[in-house]
Design a protein around this ligand. Structure first.
Ligand code: CMP
Length: 140
């Protein structure tokens, strides 16, 4: 498998509890390099666009309100098989199902407040990186 880039969000429940460094350390320990990183606070319109694929889901409103409730840290992670590796490090969406040692098992509060987001495929990784980062911010 080649070197890939993936997109990550450290979510409001985690930034609020000062877990940015602890989560970044998990990525780095797994061999993922943080090649871009910034702390931002999304507008409601940005959150609704970013999570547009979930717009028909019953939790959409709650999800968007949560994602704008505090700052988030958006990052680009790079490494061998980075998309799958990041999903492995994050653990299952619902922390109750997440494996021991994963970010969600250790830090997530609930299925909604689950500390991190990560791209699920190369196409979404490219789209999500481009949504938050300009080419000038991606030095490699
Ligand atoms: P994420 O990887 O950011 O992608 C969509 C998010 O929707 C997901 O993580 C969860 O945080 C959230 N989500 C999924 N299912 C539910 C649910 N049943 N209730 C609230 N939020 C959910």
């Amino acid at each position: 498998m080649a070197i890939q880039r993936t997109f990550s969000i450290i979510k409001p429940d985690a930034t609020k509890r000062n877990l940015t460094g602890a989560i970044a350390a998990k990525f780095e320990a797994a061999g993922l390099r943080i090649v871009a990183s910034k702390r931002i606070q999304m507008t409601l319109a940005q959150a609704e666009t970013f999570y547009g694929v979930h717009s028909e889901r019953p939790f959409f409103g709650e999800l968007c309100e949560f994602m704008i409730s505090e700052p988030i840290v958006v990052q680009v992670l790079e490494g061998e098989d980075a998309i799958a590796k990041n999903r492995e490090v994050m653990g299952a969406t619902n922390p109750a199902d997440a494996a021991d040692g994963t970010i969600r098992k250790e830090f997530a509060l609930s299925i909604g407040e689950n500390s991190v987001h990560g791209s699920d495929a190369p196409e979404t990784a490219a789209e999500e990186i481009a949504f938050f980062f300009s080419g000038l911010e991606l030095v490699g």
